[in-house]
Design a binder for this molecule. Structure first.
Ligand code: ADP
Ligand code: MG
Length: 279
């Protein structure tokens, strides 16, 4: 276990090789690093001097009892809220003062614990809206480059349908997103995140409210996307999901780092077990 989280030396996690269920994964240098993060809500310190590190190429887990501050930490990492103290580095650059859309543009996207979809648009339209910087956004380009736009739109549509297929929603492509179940909304949100081809995806409880068959499918997809080069940070209560996916797991309790280690180490850590049982 790491004792001093706030000043944990990033370099000792570089280029390590992790063997686990999913095979051998080679991890790179840190893609996302946060240190000394603090967030207060009135008298409550939701995140209290927390640190986290996500190596390039990893699937990193973030667990902890309800109310531990996990979602608040995600909000800080993705700049949806401003920290009272601390630093967030993405690709070695400080990002804590950038707006969320700029962070998304740099390649870090997140999903929400309660999925946010546009109910009155179709599932496919929700997917297509996620893409950025299409040529068609500029008037002169529309006029001068109609063919190029038609081609781009076709490509985006093909990609959207391919992703929808992989998250088990292809048959819903033309349905209103408002008609989806909670689990299906989560899948759609994950699909939307993928449309932007990000370097890092933050998933807030991807398996919550999703049926077991789909959970397995999501895990398989995450492993495939990871093999294709995408890095993940995942909040999840389902320990089977954490065990089968993650290289390394960070544990948060009462806003503070409680432990970090492999899923196997975390499952047998007495402090972690105590934090959960005490909940
Ligand atoms: N916007 C907010 N205003 C006030 N309190 C909040 C807010 N967001 C979260 N909290 C509180 O911060 C603590 C951590 O919440 P959260 O980050 O959602 O925990 P987790 O995701 O680990 O369950 C909880 O006590 C929660 O009630
Ligand atoms: Mg939460």
């Amino acid at each position: 276990m790491v004792d001093n989280f706030a000043s944990s030396d990033a370099s000792d996690m570089n280029s390590q090789t992790v063997s686990q269920n999913s095979g051998t994964r080679v991890l790179g240098s840190p893609l996302l690093t946060a240190n000394g993060l603090v967030k207060r809500f009135g008298g409550l310190v939701a995140v209290d001097n927390a640190a986290i590190e996500v190596p390039q190429g990893s699937i990193t887990g973030l667990i902890g009892p309800n109310g531990a501050g996990k979602t608040t930490l995600f909000n800080l990492l993705s700049s949806f809220i401003t920290p009272d103290a601390g630093q967030v580095l993405f690709d070695s650059n400080p990002i804590q003062n950038l707006p969320p859309h700029e962070i998304a543009h740099r390649g870090m996207v997140r999903t929400f614990q309660v999925a946010r979809v546009l109910s009155r648009l179709s599932v496919l339209e929700n997917m297509l809206l996620a893409t950025q910087k299409q040529t068609g956004e500029r008037f002169w380009n529309v006029w001068l480059r109609g063919k190029q736009i038609a081609k781009e739109e076709r490509q985006q549509r093909d990609r959207a349908l391919e992703i929808l297929h992989s998250v088990g929603l292809a048959h819903k492509a033309n349905d209103y997103a408002g008609g989806l179940s909670g689990g299906q909304r989560k899948l759609l949100e994950m699909g939307r995140a993928l449309m932007t081809n990000p370097k890092l995806i933050l998933l807030d409880e991807p398996a919550a409210g999703v049926n077991p068959t789909l959970i397995n499918q999501i895990c398989d997809r995450i492993l495939t996307w990871n093999r294709e080069g995408m890095t993940f940070l995942i909040i999840e209560h389902n320990m089977d999901v954490i065990m089968s996916l993650c290289d390394r797991v960070w544990v948060l309790a009462e806003g503070q780092n409680l432990a970090v280690g492999t899923p196997q180490e975390i499952q047998t850590n007495s402090q972690v077990l105590e934090a959960y049982l005490g909940n």
